[in-house]
Write a protein that binds this ligand. Structure first.
Ligand code: SF4
Ligand code: MG
Length: 322
């Protein structure tokens, strides 16, 4: 398939003032020189510990944040530096599903207005059409059309996430960023929501960037998977290649940390490789950012930043061992 979205050397730095009045400004390098592409109709999973820059990457791609540097190419157009007016036609092609279905829906609006609002913003429907579209969308996500007159507080977390998904679908987007869409939900309904996202993808030809920390869920839903650490993309590959032959020590450690119900392996042993805290993104380690937690770290790792290398059929990783 052709490429829908390409991110080239994307950076997002947030200024932080050190100390009070007159202190110097430091920068959190939340996303630092990240490049990848997503093909039409595919799901790219993005994993990593919290604070690694996954959500910021997603938000910068759809221009909830302006990039500090780099390019975001959507359907061949560079949208990263576009002015808001030029962005408008692209805004409806890219939507986002948020992590917290309790915080992301406006409590004062009816479900019908929440789902229909993007249609109003883009002037896409008359009042009569809008009502029909809202009813269709509610059915599409497995909710009754008469729920349109109710308010978010009348619904469970899973139902609210369905409402959030219906809202994202209202403008017929091509690309959806799913930012941990199931991590706030009960385990018993997580699979339902994921299956629904997959069905909708097939039905509507959607392309997903699926951000999550649940590695087995990401393997299930993704075609390819990228791994981030402290603002850097450290590895990316087809999902089976990544899970069966992880090349980067961080990916290896993450996969080892998946709790496997195996009575012979104690919990502490499963987690031993990922000991130690993630360093501050305000002052990341020199060279390879993973070196303070890497059991293979060598002198070179503190001096030279490893670059992404293709180690075979699109499997890329950034480590001096390769
Ligand atoms: Fe470990 Fe060095 Fe590879 Fe970084 S570059 S992951 S510190 S071996
Ligand atoms: Mg996040």
């Amino acid at each position: 398939n052709e490429i829908l979205l390409e991110v080239k050397n994307l950076k997002k730095y947030f200024p932080v003032r050190k100390g009070f009045f007159g202190g110097e400004t430091q920068y959190v390098q939340a996303v630092d020189d990240v490049s990848f592409y997503i093909r039409k109709g595919e799901t790219l999973g993005l994993v990593g510990e919290s604070g690694c820059g996954k959500s910021t990457t997603g938000r910068t791609i759809i221009r909830l944040y302006d990039p500090t540097a780099g390019e975001v190419i959507f359907n061949g157009a560079e949208i990263g530096m576009m002015k808001e007016k030029e962005m408008l036609p692209f805004r409806k092609k890219m939507q986002m599903i948020f992590q917290d279905p309790y915080a992301s829906l406006n409590a004062r609006m009816t479900v019908g207005d929440i789902i229909g609002e993007p249609l109003d913003i883009h002037g896409l429907a008359s009042e009569k059409e809008r009502l029909e579209i809202v009813h269709d969308l509610l059915k599409k996500v497995g909710l009754a059309p008469d729920h349109a007159v109710r308010y978010p507080h009348e619904f469970s977390g899973g139902q609210r996430q369905r409402i959030g998904i219906a809202r994202a679908l209202a403008v017929k987007p091509e690309f959806i960023i799913c930012d941990e869409p199931i991590s706030a939900l009960d385990v018993s309904i997580q699979a339902q929501v994921v299956n629904m996202l997959e069905d909708l993808q097939n039905e509507m030809g959607l392309t997903y960037l699926f951000i999550a920390h649940d590695l087995s869920m990401v393997r299930h839903i993704s075609n390819r998977v990228g791994v981030m650490y402290l603002g850097k993309l450290v590895e990316i590959a087809d999902r089976n290649e990544l899970y069966e032959h992880p090349a980067h020590p961080y990916t290896q450690a993450l996969l080892t940390a998946i709790p496997i119900p195996d009575p012979d392996v104690s919990k502490s042993k499963q987690r031993i490789i990922l000991e130690g805290d993630v360093p501050s993104p305000l002052n990341p380690p020199s060279g390879c950012r993973f070196r303070t937690r890497c059991k293979y770290a060598m002198a070179k790792c503190a001096e030279i930043e490893p670059e992404m290398k293709d180690i075979g059929s699109g499997h890329m990783a950034a480590c001096h061992l390769l």
